[in-house]
Design a protein around this ligand. Structure first.
Ligand code: GLU
Length: 310
């Protein structure tokens, strides 16, 4: 990045504390998975890594939280890598316009999920990985640990169990897809894998590092190894742009202007291809299920630095 950009980024990070004071901490912490409601709603962290490996951080950026649906980007990456183009015979790439846990379109479209980021699509991706991996939970964890460069990244069994105990809709989606022969494995095994990947705990610093391949044509900035090809990277970023924010992908493109993915733990990752990855965390969610302050701060950031993709 050039010195003008560097100056702009430094300036915005210095202004963050003042800016945060002006953004009321609106919204609610997710409570439909009871274990998620125990988080401190005042937490806030952000970490940004540029393609030339500069780091900018503020707040609780090293504190771990439940990454929830952000894990769907990582599972899609591994499934796409293993399955290649065959993947798209069983799943679409269109925005849904419905809630993330809606069954409505699944029935209309005969068990083919609209995209890999709504729950039905992420569950199908889990089915792909259960077929492809000998020990899905362990091997997926190894994949994530290598992306981050931290062998201690782990699932949270407490959260996985809480999801299982309240996962009636997810169970109904897998069963429904199975009735259309679009799930090949045992329903319980697919669900168990899905609940675990949603329960992954990572900090903003770890998340921003994990997805550096998405801002670097598929190459992990830490290991300098190719995670996926440049063409697959482009496609995953495209799906994030169109489908990464539940029923609010348009609003995120409009306000922030970056491909990204959110989770109901209050985390958001966003990517500027060939420029940077950023992860932000603030647990209170707006009514669409996206982090309220997370979105506002990313909007502030891309506006002040003039660095959206549009
Ligand atoms: N594990 C959550 C669920 O399936 C994921 C929610 C999310 O972050 O979108 O309900």
């Amino acid at each position: 990045m050039n010195s003008k950009e560097q100056f702009a980024f430094e300036k915005v990070f210095l202004e963050l504390p003042e800016q945060l004071k002006q953004i009321p901490n609106l919204g609610e912490v997710a409570s439909y998975i009871p274990e998620l409601s125990h988080v401190n709603p005042e937490k806030f962290g952000i970490h940004l890594i540029t393609a030339d490996k500069q780091n900018f951080a503020y707040g609780d950026s090293n504190e771990k939280f439940s990454i929830q649906s952000i894990a769907k980007v990582l599972s899609l990456t591994l499934a796409f890598k293993l399955e290649e183009e065959k993947l798209w015979e069983r799943i679409g790439v269109e925005p849904s316009g419905n809630a993330f846990n809606s069954l409505f379109r699944l029935e209309q479209e005969k068990g083919i999920p609209r995209n890999p980021f709504i729950n039905a699509g992420a569950l199908l991706i889990c089915d792909v990985l259960v077929s492809r991996l000998n020990q899905p939970k362990e091997e997926f964890l190894d994949f994530v640990r290598e992306l981050v460069g931290n062998p201690k990244i782990n699932y949270c069994e407490r959260i996985a169990l809480s999801e299982k105990e309240h996962g009636y809709r997810n169970a109904s989606m897998v069963n429904f897809m199975k009735s259309y022969n679009n799930i090949n494995n045992d329903v319980e095994e697919v669900l168990d894998f899905y609940f675990h990947l949603c329960s992954l705990e990572m900090s903003c610093a770890e998340l921003a590092q994990a997805v550096t391949y998405l801002s670097s044509d598929g190459m992990n900035l830490l290991t300098q190894k190719e995670v996926i090809s440049p063409s697959k990277t482009k496609r995953i970023n495209a799906i994030m742009q169109l489908c990464g924010f539940y029923d609010e992908a348009g609003e995120f493109a409009f306000e922030v202007g970056l491909p990204g993915k959110s989770g109901v733990g209050g985390g958001i990752i966003a990517i500027h291809p060939l420029k940077y990855t950023v992860a932000v965390w603030s647990p209170k969610l707006n009514e669409k299920g996206n982090s309220y302050r997370g979105m506002k701060i990313l909007e502030f950031f891309t506006t002040q630095t003039a660095s959206s993709v549009f």
